[in-house]
Design a protein around this ligand. Structure first.
Ligand code: ATP
Length: 239
């Protein structure tokens, strides 16, 4: 899919998301405008239920806004039909979830290569790249292991390799260490940040880990439907 060469990694304009619950309509996000240039690491804060996952789903094309536009790498997801949006998501977005979502019947290597194979990338080159990435996440010797033989931190490192293999435009991580102990979680986050920085990728991460937020280029907070610059005075966005 064609992309403008200098396009922002993310451009949101007038984004609004409402959910219908019976007779009541709940506005989760309202008037969200945001521009993120390529290569930045952005942390997303916000209380439980504030709308962090909703925003990540809109950025990844998992869900559609009620109004407004979502441009990723210059491609307006709201202008794509469902099939094209699915293909865009598969080819250009990397997801890392709290629960690692590995396929239990596939080996570590197969879990890492599967999404890229589905995207039509050639298998021998993929395996070489996947083994290299598994080395970078410290799992070079576990390629043929089944996921249930790995610790939680190791499983999340497999998920990181899987999310990075197809060289996505945007990596979305939704509380990726919520299921890990604090020490392991922080190690995994540091690895994810280091790898995405090394590859020059854009990473948006919902996390409550203050040490990781300190490493971010930008920290945003979802609060009462609005997206604010996080900081002592929770200022409105200037983007
Ligand atoms: N499919 C849906 N239908 C109706 N309401 C929804 C739906 N998805 C999310 N919501 C509502 O939107 C609000 C924001 O939810 P969201 O999961 O985005 O919050 P969050 O900040 O990620 O929370 P947490 O930190 O607990 O994961 C919540 O009130 C939730 O109930």
């Amino acid at each position: 899919m064609a992309e403008a060469p200098q396009a922002a990694a993310i451009e949101l304009r007038g984004l609004r998301k409402r959910f219908q619950e019976g007779d009541t309509e709940r506005t989760v996000l309202e008037s969200v405008d945001l521009v993120i240039p390529p290569g930045q690491f952005v942390v997303l804060l916000g209380q439980s239920g504030s709308g962090k996952s909703t925003l990540l789903h809109l950025l990844g094309g998992i869900d559609s806004p009620s109004s407004g536009s979502v441009c990723i790498g210059g491609v307006d997801l709201t202008a794509l039909d469902e099939r094209r949006r699915t293909l865009f998501r598969r080819d250009r977005i990397g997801f890392i979830f709290q629960f690692f979502n590995l396929i239990p019947t596939l080996s570590v290597l197969e879990n890492v290569t599967l999404p890229s194979e589905l995207a039509g990338l050639p298998r021998p080159a993929l395996e070489t790249a996947a083994l290299h990435l598994l080395g970078q996440v410290g799992l070079a010797d576990r390629a043929s292991t089944m996921p249930d033989r790995l610790s939680g931190g190791q499983q999340q490192r497999v998920a990181i390799a899987r999310a990075l293999l197809h060289q996505p435009l945007l990596i979305l991580a939704d509380e990726p260490t919520g299921n890990l102990d604090e020490h392991t979680g922080e190690q995994v986050l540091r690895l994810l940040v280091a790898l995405t920085r090394q590859q020059g990728r854009t990473l948006i991460m919902a996390t409550h880990n203050a040490a990781i937020a300190e490493q971010a280029d930008r920290v945003l907070r979802v609060q009462e439907g609005h997206l604010l610059e996080a900081g002592p005075a929770a200022a409105p966005l200037t983007a």
